[in-house]
Every structure is written in structure tokens, then in C-alpha cells.
Design a protein around this ligand. Structure first.
Ligand SMILES: Cc1cc2nc3c(=O)[nH]c(=O)nc-3n(C[C@H](O)[C@H](O)[C@H](O)COP(=O)(O)OP(=O)(O)OC[C@H]3O[C@@H](n4cnc5c(N)ncnc54)[C@H](O)[C@@H]3O)c2cc1C
Length: 395
């Protein structure tokens, strides 16, 4: 079940809540965390006319953070969950609009091949009317048709293949830096520093930074990714699980690397096994990750980021079997990162129960990166009073 949450968060509650807020236009908003969530939220808040200060302890898209990888998938298939399909769809358009402003491409439309195992459940099948209902296109291939089109693919044990079209991959850490830079260009104030807070009781007026500094504000958004749990353990202890995840990049054959680089992103769907990858992606090699939750960690600040032998071997075996030409290719890079997993797979965007002007934004749960722009826009629409707080994202 845990694994399924990445692909289709549980629809536990309704979408609309009765809670509406309206933060005055001249308010000073402080956002802590310049990852995919905090960075985009800051940019949209700044555009809405607020005075925004964004703070990060190691910088936007740093290697400790969950947004600090090279690439992240963007896809709109989310099982029966219409909310995340439309959020991803909206994000896709916002990525495209904003990369024109940034003057550099961060979204690469490769399509995504969903490789459906013969023993798989019908989650992806059920998602197809949902994406069609939002105008999103897909193509269904029998295994032999998929092989003809993509001879790199070994179709053994697959019942069929779905090509989701409005999908691809994003440059992760580089786009975080671009969002932060654009935020500064548009008048935002960025500070590098580590924030510490006392237990929240009522209204917060000021936060402390390392070096004896402090920053005051009218409203505070904590978008601290996997650090949220250690900062707000009293509220999030049972809601968030921070897990260790490994990502691998294998070498491409010298004789046909171009064919691999033009291959779509892919997801192998065979619950509880979910492998996914990005074959091209900034010349890093063939990316593969296994989407099962790793061990729970104490702190992302002290996490051992050396890949484990067993996981490397598991990934090597999978790509060697599934992709023709990759058998025996060497591991060329690895990364260890962390998921901020919520119990139902839904993100967290809610007011702190003890802090009237303190908001928590996080719980990316292994699928949050792509949603950064639409989530930032949604947060801004909630703050300006255009839409109510989303029930499904409440703590
Ligand atoms: C291996 C892996 C693969 C993934 N694959 C995908 C994918 O393919 N597609 C997808 O959409 N999503 C994917 N995700 C999920 C996605 O990357 C995360 O959901 C997203 O990056 C979370 O962003 P965030 O801003 O919440 O957290 P983060 O990126 O961790 O940002 C939090 C920031 O807060 C800062 N911070 C924390 N505490 C403090 C403090 N006290 N003071 C100052 N600053 C502080 C940190 O330095 C950090 O920069 C993946 C995640 C992992 C780990």
C-alpha cells in the first residue's frame, strides 16, 4: 500500500474545506526552504504582491535536500485521483510558461512508457478515463507493438504498455536554482541561513537564524522537506516518515547511446514493485530507481549517502533484463536521497494547529517535485482568499 501512494495518493477526504483565509496584500511572508515546494511558493507569492523573504540553510536544490537530484519525472497518471492529475497537468503548463521566463529549458517532453506486468493490478487502467477526461492523451500497445517501436525494450512478462504523452522529465536541482534566481529578479529577498524555532504557541513574529541573526514577518511558511518532521515533531510525528532512497545511473553502450537518449521515461508497474527511470537526462547515463520505501532515517543532515551493494545489484539485474543492450553495464553514479512520506501519500499544506500565522508545506512523498509550480500557485490562491484551504492536504 505504501508504494501505491506515490502513484495514487489515497482520496481520504474531500477537496474543498470551509476554511478560507485572506492574508493582506502588504504582508511580509517568510518562506523557509528553497526546494521545489518553498521556491515555487515564494515566486508565486512575490508575483501576487507580497513582500517575501526566502531562506535556505544550504541553498536551492542543495544535495542534502529532496529536490537536489539531477532529474525528476513528470507524469499526470495518478490512478483515480483527479486532484493530482489536474495538479500535474497544471504544473506542466506552468513549467513550460516559466522556463520561457527563465530563458532555459528544464522540462523535457519524452513521454512516459508505463510497463504493465502480467500480474499487475488495474490502477493504471482505471487512470486512463481520468486522464482522458482532462484532455490528456495516451496510446496503448500490445507487447509486440511496443517491441517494434522500442526495440531496446524486453517485453517479457508485460501484459501491455501505455505511452502517456504529456510527460517527461525535469532538471531538478538546476530548476530550483532558476526559480530562486527568478524570485530575486522579481524583487524577492533571499537569505542563506539555518532557521531555528521555539515550540509554536500562538502568533509567530520572528525566527532565529544562525550567526545570531533573526527575521521577522507577518506570516511564515515552513517548506523544509524532510526536516519538517524534526522541526515540528509534536504535530507531524505520526503523519510523516522520512525514508532513505537510492538512485542509480548506469553507463550506456558506446555504439548506440543516442537510441537510449531518445527513449521515453518509463515506469514498471507491478505492485509492490515499481521501478522507474529516465534513460537520457543531462548525459548522466541510464537512471533507474526502485520506488519501495527504504529504511526510516533520523535526520537528512547526517544521512549516510553511500549506495548499498544490494540495491545496486537489484537495479543492475532489472535493467539488464528489461532493456536490451544494458546487461553488465557499469554503475557510473549513485545518489542517496530521502522521501518525506505521508501516511496517505497526500501532500501537507495546512496551518500549524498552535500557530495562527504559521503554515506547513511538505510531505512530497516521492512524487512532489513536478507539482512545485501548481502547488505554489495553489498556496498563493489560498493566501489571497481566491480558494479555500484544500481539505485533502490538511494535517
Ligand atoms: C530519490 C527520489 C526520487 C524522486 N523522484 C521524483 C520524481 O520522479 N518526480 C517527482 O515529482 N518527485 C520525485 N521525488 C519527490 C520530490 O523530489 C520531493 O517531493 C520534492 O523535492 C520535495 O521538495 P521540498 O521542497 O518539499 O523539500 P526539499 O527539496 O528537501 O527542500 C527543503 C529545503 O528546506 C531547507 N531547510 C530545511 N530545514 C531548514 C532550516 N531549519 N533552515 C533553513 N532551511 C532549511 C533545506 O536545505 C532544503 O533546501 C523524488 C524524491 C526522491 C528522494
Amino acid at each position: 500500500m505504501d508504494n501505491q501512494n506515490t502513484f495514487s495518493p489515497v482520496v481520504t477526504k474531500g477537496l474543498k474545506s470551509l476554511e478560507r483565509v485572506e492574508i493582506p496584500q502588504n504582508a511580509q511572508i517568510v518562506v523557509v526552504g528553497a526546494g521545489a515546494f518553498g521556491g515555487w511558493a515564494s515566486l508565486f507569492l512575490q508575483r501576487a504582491g507580497y513582500r517575501v523573504t526566502l531562506i535556505d540553510q544550504w541553498g536551492a536544490g542543495n544535495s542534502h535536500s529532496s529536490s537536489g537530484g539531477e532529474t525528476r519525472l513528470i507524469r499526470c497518471i495518478y490512478g483515480l485521483n483527479k486532484f493530482y492529475t489536474s495538479l500535474a497537468n497544471r504544473s506542466y503548463d506552468l513549467w513550460q510558461e516559466n522556463e520561457k521566463i527563465f530563458g532555459q529549458q528544464y522540462l523535457f517532453t519524452t513521454g512516459c512508457l508505463w510497463l504493465i506486468d502480467q500480474n499487475s493490478d488495474d490502477l493504471i487502467e482505471k487512470a486512463l478515463p481520468v486522464i482522458s477526461g482532462q484532455g490528456l492523451e495516451y496510446v496503448r500497445y500490445e507487447p509486440n507493438e511496443a517491441y517494434e517501436l522500442y526495440p531496446l525494450l524486453n517485453v517479457d512478462n508485460l501484459s501491455h504498455v501505455i505511452l502517456e504523452k504529456k510527460t517527461g522529465y525535469l532538471l531538478a536541482r538546476e530548476s530550483c536554482e532558476a526559480v530562486k534566481n527568478q524570485f530575486i529578479v522579481e524583487g524577492g529577498n533571499y537569505i542563506q541561513g539555518a532557521v531555528s524555532i521555539e515550540k509554536i504557541k500562538g502568533e509567530l513574529n520572528e525566527i532565529s537564524l544562525d550567526g545570531g541573526r533573526s527575521v521577522s514577518g507577518d506570516c511564515f511558511v515552513f517548506a523544509c522537506g524532510p526536516w519538517l518532521k524534526e522541526m515540528f515533531g509534536d504535530v507531524l510525528e505520526s503523519k510523516l516518515k522520512i525514508t532513505r532512497q537510492e538512485v542509480f545511473y548506469f553507463g550506456l553502450p558506446t555504439n548506440n547511446s543516442g537510441t537510449f537518449e531518445s527513449f521515453p521515461s518509463w515506469i514498471y508497474h507491478s505492485p509492490p514493485d515499481f521501478y522507474y527511470g529516465i534513460p537520457s537526462g543531462v548525459r548522466r547515463g541510464f537512471k533507474i530507481a526502485f520506488d519501495r520505501r527504504g529504511e526510516e532515517i533520523d535526520s537528512p543532515s547526517t544521512l549516510n549517502r553511500t549506495a548499498t551493494k544490494n540495491e545496486v545489484e537489484r537495479a543492475r539485474q532489472y535493467i539488464g533484463k528489461r532493456f536490451n543492450g544494458l546487461h553488465g553495464m557499469p554503475l557510473i553514479e549513485s545518489r542517496v536521497c530521502q522521501y518525506s512520506d505521508t501516511s496517505d501519500g497526500n501532500f501537507i499544506f495546512d496551518r500549524h494547529p498552535a500557530g495562527s500565522n504559521v503554515w506547513l508545506l511538505g510531505g512530497g512523498s516521492g512524487h512532489g517535485f513536478k507539482h512545485g509550480p501548481a502547488l505554489g500557485e495553489l498556496l498563493t490562491n489560498v493566501f489571497t482568499g481566491k480558494v479555500p484551504v484544500v481539505e485533502m492536504l490538511k494535517i
